[in-house]
Design a protein around this ligand. Structure first.
Ligand code: IZC
Ligand code: ZN
Length: 419
């Protein structure tokens, strides 16, 4: 067996190597792991997993003693709006006055403000900014990420965002899933004519497919944005063009986007705070992953969170994401999201780790490469300044990362990205 790096004395080594592609319902309560584990790799590919005892006979030029620390797969963030111009701190006062998110949007702020900044930004500026945030995501333990467009809302600026994601993928070698979210809002130019705007966005499917700029198509199905009927038509066209689909479903108002996602066989239904009881119970009979974003509920200052317990108890699969974006969730800290999942979604620590690894990977169709530690896979591995897996959701607001290895190479240390 060939090794260039070997980690030994991993107090708990979470392999997350379930027999199935992801963990649904009760299975989310199980954490495949090795007590006092060891893991090694060569040229970025895992070549050994076992106990520290078993590793004693191995020869390796670089043996790292993890001193009982927790070691896990690199985390997967399955929902971010990574590429955008500007920021929205000018809306703080409106937020504090209690002006709702959708009202700020209706008044021409919110997403529209970011659209203006994104349209005005050069490719280089957008790239630099996205690269900065991507490194920060990695510094929190994330090695696979999904990135959406949706702040261009016209051909040139949407393609510009997707090209930024493509270049980030090429330059960093990171696992990045790309999503076309041209249907993120009705741009001011089309205020009275959302259907022809959607036709224009659907008109980009072919070019996006041909240039391999995205694997997924997503839509913001919400009151004052796109209706259920519009979402259904748009996503059916996307499927016909060969894309997998996702929906921003029932984030604020209960419209039935969750049911639609399941009906369409979407890869994921995201948000679900206002999903109906009936919809929540449907995940057990579906492979659509419920991607929950408690950071958004927190930041929108809402009291009621998505019904994670009901989804899991009903046999469904839950994943967690940052929803990193400049409006409703300006944070790259997935560990804080894990803490919110423990406190507000009442998820167990076992469920939380499944939700940020195997289930998140499934939600972005990266389950064949990310989310678990297994021989032959990328050495995307995180060593944590934590004695056990419960400690990370428990101790909140700080970065617990000791070292992030990305394809076998140190990418972040002590919570900081290594340039
Ligand atoms: O920029 O506000 N919900 N889209 C739908 C967002 C939040 C991102 C934003
Ligand atoms: Zn979103």
């Amino acid at each position: 067996m060939q090794l260039d790096t070997l980690l030994v004395n991993c107090g708990q080594l979470l392999t997350m190597d379930h027999e199935t592609a992801h963990a649904k319902g009760e299975q989310m309560g199980f954490l495949p792991h090795i007590q006092d584990g060891a893991i090694g790799w060569k040229d970025g590919i895992i070549t050994f997993i076992g106990t520290s005892e078993e590793a004693k006979s191995l020869e390796c030029p670089n043996v790292i003693d993890c001193q009982g620390k927790l070691v896990t797969p690199g985390l997967v963030d399955p929902h971010t709006h990574l590429v955008f111009g500007g920021s929205r701190e000018h809306e703080i006062a409106l937020k504090q006055q209690g002006v709702p998110y959708l009202e700020i949007l209706r008044q021409g702020g919110g997403i529209h403000s970011t659209v203006e900044a994104t349209r005005n930004a050069s490719f280089e500026d957008l790239y630099e900014k996205a690269a900065f945030h991507l490194k920060r995501l990695v510094s929190y333990g994330i090695t696979t990420v999904e990135a959406k467009s949706g702040y261009g809302l016209e051909k040139h600026a949407e393609l510009k965002q997707l090209e930024v994601v493509k270049k980030l993928k090429e330059d960093t070698g990171m696992e990045i899933a790309s999503t076309f979210l041209g249907a993120h809002a009705i741009p001011k130019e089309y205020k009275e004519n959302p259907d022809s705007f959607l036709s224009e966005m659907a008109g980009l499917f072919e070019e996006i497919k041909e240039k391999e700029l995205a694997e997924f198509v997503d839509i913001f199905c919400e009151e004052g944005v796109f209706t259920i009927e519009q979402s259904k038509r748009f996503l059916q066209l996307a499927k016909e063009a060969g894309f997998s689909v996702k929906i921003h479903a029932d984030e604020i108002v209960s419209l039935g986007g969750t049911e639609l996602a399941i009906e369409l066989g979407a890869a994921s239904a995201d948000h679900l705070i206002a999903a109906s009881d009936g919809a929540v119970g449907m995940f057990g009979r579906s492979d659509t992953v419920a991607v929950l974003l408690p950071g958004t509920t927190f930041y929108l200052n809402k009291d009621s969170y998505a019904k994670a317990r009901e989804i899991i108890n009903g046999g469904g699969a839950v994943a967690l994401a940052t929803d990193f974006n400049p409006g409703s969730s300006p944070t790259e800290n997935i560990q804080f999201i894990m803490n919110l999942a423990m406190l507000k979604l009442k998820m167990t620590c076992e469920e939380i780790w499944n939700a940020v690894t195997v289930n998140a990977a499934k939600a972005v169709h990266k389950d064949d490469v990310s989310g678990r530690l297994k021989i032959g896979r990328n050495a995307d591995v995180v060593v944590w300044n934590a004695p056990n897996y419960q400690y990370v959701p428990y101790h909140y607001g700080v970065n617990h990362v000791h070292t992030v290895f990305q394809k076998g190479v140190e990418a972040a240390k002590g919570g900081a990205y290594l340039e």
